[in-house]
Design a protein around this ligand. Sequence first.
Ligand code: PLP
Length: 382
Amino acid sequence: MDLFNVYPLFDITPVRGEGCYVYDEQGQAYLDFYGGHAVISVGHAHPHYVERIGRQLQALSFYSNSVQNPLQQELADKLGELSGCENYQLFLCNSGAEANENALKMASFHNGRSKVIAFHRAFHGRTSAAVNATHNDKIKAPINTTFEVEFHPWGELEGVEQSLAREDVSVVIIEGIQGIGGIHVPEPAFLEALEQACRRHDTVLILDEIQSGYGRSGRFFGFQYATVEPDLITVAKGMGNGFPMGGVLIHPRFEASYGQLGTTFGGNHLACMAGIAVLDILKSEQLLENARVMGDYLMQAFKGMKKINEVRGRGLMIGLQFDFAVAPLRKHLLYEEKVFTGSAADPNTLRLLPPLTLGRQEADRFLERFERSLRHKKALAT
Ligand SMILES: Cc1ncc(COP(=O)(O)O)c(C=O)c1O
């Protein structure tokens, strides 16, 4: 049977990972400055993570959501403590898109409306409602476009307020820091005004922290650089460090009822243990602080490089803007310098999302290889 051919692939086969490196079949090391789409938070094959999941696998990997599973509560307690969102409730699912799908549904249950406001360049996933709230018509099928979505310019409140005043908007969804859109950081004042406007019109505010959450920005959530209390916060990616899992943090003003949301696999024993191990490591190794320090260090270095037009981001979520397409640069970095980096919707943006365990030596190694690539004609070919 052939694989359904939807992914353009690099000709590299990673078979092993350790810390900030992955290794191919020949044992060649690659410095991972992308974390496989921003997924690797605590590093590849972290010994604590491996040990906890291994032990859980031997004990019990799965039972359904019809029995007691104390690991779910342990995960919720640890997530509450580290994020500062102790008063929220947690619904566990399996991916980022599914987290947003459930959040959009919760919002619509709550106020009985169906219109959605999202922002230019937004990406919220590929399931039915989530993809409709994504600013990319090419990935929407007719079956996805069954409710109205308004896309507003990033950071502009006026149009949003006018729409909200019509009292028919169910939800505003916004990324804590835009990821695939090219690493765009919202002004704290914008998020705060957006929250106030939503409150005034009984519109639900969803903060999509799927890429910017779990310490990547240097705080637990990207929105925590502002003073806001979102109704719903969605998480995935770094939450499981590669184990597929997602979640919705739900404000106490929402009351659960039996059967309102549900999933077979969400919150299973193995996933919970992966999530607990990630939170333990984030805390014990102070990785939020590390993301902040190493992010500042890298961004300072980038700001001194003439070929870079703009440096955006927070912590270890960094976007570099060039005045040329970065595809050849990424290829050069990968094949010649053995470094993984990420692309963005804007072809001139390079996206960097290394593990939050990144050390000074690895950062320096990256800078050295990156500067060497930038001097190379082939890397800059347009
Ligand atoms: C901000 C954001 N939301 C949602 C998603 C969808 O997550 P998943 O691919 O796990 O469904 C992504 C994935 O890249 C994302 O970056």
